[in-house]
Design a protein around this ligand. Sequence first.
Ligand code: NIG
Ligand code: FE
Length: 398
Amino acid sequence: SSTVVTGIGRLVTCAGPDGDVPVTDRSVPAAERLGVREDAAVVLEAGAVAWVGPAGDAPAADRRVDVGGRAVVPGFVDSHSHLVHAGDRSAEFAARMAGEPYDGGGIGVSVAATRAASDDELRGLLAERVVAARALGTTTLEVKSGYGLTVEDEARALRLAGEVTAETTFLGAHVVPPEARADRGSYVDLVTGPMLAACAPHARWVDVFCEPNSPHAFTGEESRAVLVAGRDAGLGLRVHGNQLGPGPGARLAVELGAAAVDHCTFLSDDDVAALVDAADTTVATLLPGVEFSTRMPYPNARRLLDAGASVALASDCNPGTCNTSSMPFVLALAVRELRMTAAEALVAATVGGARALRREDVGRVAVGSRADLAVLEAPSHEHLAYRPGMPLARALDL
Ligand code: NIG
Ligand code: FE
């Protein structure tokens, strides 16, 4: 059945003025691709956008939803989250606020709690987290494994993730688990062998925490082995790179044609040049909620954007470095701390996330794209940064 959404005070399509800029077209600057329409209506049918135009011209539909003059934007595409986990690390956060650095060691605490949790506990926690993300406007959500780190526990995390999203990512190479510390090589063999074999059927992507600056994470060569094995198993590639210090992650991602390299906090000039050259292939995903919660310096978004790299914003929602799935919060940080314009931030959180997931069907409001709308308790998307911490965005439920 069809639904016409009316009473849209301002519609931001992120699809250009004529609604026809593909998600993958980077030639149109953020401010131009916003596609702002006043007094618009949208018709949704069979889970997709069927019509976009002036409210006065809207065709008849089975149902009418009036959003009362609010702004409507594409639902957020959160291309990076770690929602399958149990346990609590608020003490680690408090210690960090008192001066402790983050080095990834706390991941072991979440691994122990996640292994100990039943399927139903994990399923319940995951379901609550998905509801919370959607309640703040997220309509596409990537979910990683990475707190199991055994063959069975990683496969379980991906089966559960697959119950809530198609964007599932195998992150067996999150850290070397405590029991394998004495023999990193055999853990990499496990990840690239039996664990990958058990997980690949449940995953779309493979990811690795490439971070020579953490004793718990993986070197460039270890990361390469994980990514190549994942690619050979048919998975798309994503990388956690350059989070805690300079490192090989960004260039490895570019070299192997990964869809995204995420964090990008410590990039050299060569890294930026490589990301600019690879802008049609590899997205630099910024996760400023992490720097907020770790007291690390924020990534330099302006350097990437001004040089022509492809940039996305995501939450990285996880129990260690950023325990929020709020994309409005991420947008506010992007505008205030990363000096992105409100338009750049919105495009990065929608179109950018879609590019990072190689999806053409989400991230904008255009005929044929998925019926994923976020309604703002505000007259424009600028209010997301202007009124930080306010619950201004929600996914439109039909
Ligand atoms: O993306 N950096 C590695 N992984 C997560 C943090 C995981 C954790 O601390 O639990 C991240 O920041
Ligand atoms: Fe992450």
